[in-house]
Design a protein around this ligand. Structure first.
Ligand code: SAH
Ligand code: MG
Length: 197
């Protein structure tokens, strides 16, 4: 039995501590996607406190998730949460900067949910780990609606820089010769990328 109250507590912790976990609509999209595509091996960049990794693992008991987090406090909270749900044998947590992690396994799904300005780097670092028919899903493609705003409306210089990087990533996906991408207006904006065939 899935302990729904533990999931609620994880969501409450995220809200109280301002941890940007996936929105309900995004999580539903992701878990439906996993169920529909018979996804088994998932690699996640950006564990935070383990919420999305746990939700993905709970879609069915064949799903295995490897997830990377560079913030120690969040990583430790994720370790705790995964234990609370008894998912230690199906969720592997790595405490490290994702760009310093080198993996040999292939994954059916690579879920990019780390630093929003780093998506091209994450993509290029991990594409060798994508299985033949695998997908790369990226969260926060709309970045709270800022990506669709006129730059002059964005007051903070840092935020403008970040939005520019997300736009670059979208352009990178749209113009790729190797991959094709579909963009979904779900949650904070989600893209689904696969190899062209
Ligand atoms: N996927 C989570 C939310 C992740 S929030 C969920 O929906 O439940 C994004 C996380 O990515 C943050 O905790 C941040 O510390 C982490 N992160 C950002 N850049 C990273 C990097 N280069 N390597 C590892 N973790 C990173
Ligand atoms: Mg996100």
């Amino acid at each position: 039995m899935i302990d729904v109250s533990v999931i609620k507590e994880i969501k409450k912790y995220a809200e109280d501590e301002n941890v940007p976990i996936m929105q309900d609509e995004g999580i539903k999209f992701l878990t439906d996607f996993i169920a529909k595509n018979n996804t088994i091996n998932v690699l996640e960049i950006g564990t935070a406190i383990g919420y999305s990794a746990i939700m993905m693992a709970l879609t069915n008991d064949r799903v295995k998730v490897t997830s990377i987090e560079r913030d120690e406090e969040r990583y430790l909270e994720a370790v705790k949460n995964v234990k609370r749900l008894g998912l230690e044998d199906r969720i592997t947590l790595i405490f490290k900067d994702a760009l310093e992690v080198n993996l040999n396994d292939k994954y059916d799904l690579i879920f990019l949910d780390g630093a929003k300005g780093q998506n091209i780097n994450f993509f290029e670092h991990f594409e060798k780990n994508l299985s033949e028919n695998g997908f790369i899903i990226t969260d926060n493609i709309n970045f709270h609606g800022y990506v669709k705003k006129d730059e002059s409306e964005i007051k903070s210089r840092n935020l403008r820089g970040l939005v520019r990087k997300i736009k670059n990533y979208i352009h990178y996906l749209k113009t790729s010769s190797k991959y094709e991408t579909t963009f979904y207006e779900k949650g904070d904006g989600i893209s689904v990328t696969r190899r062209k065939r």
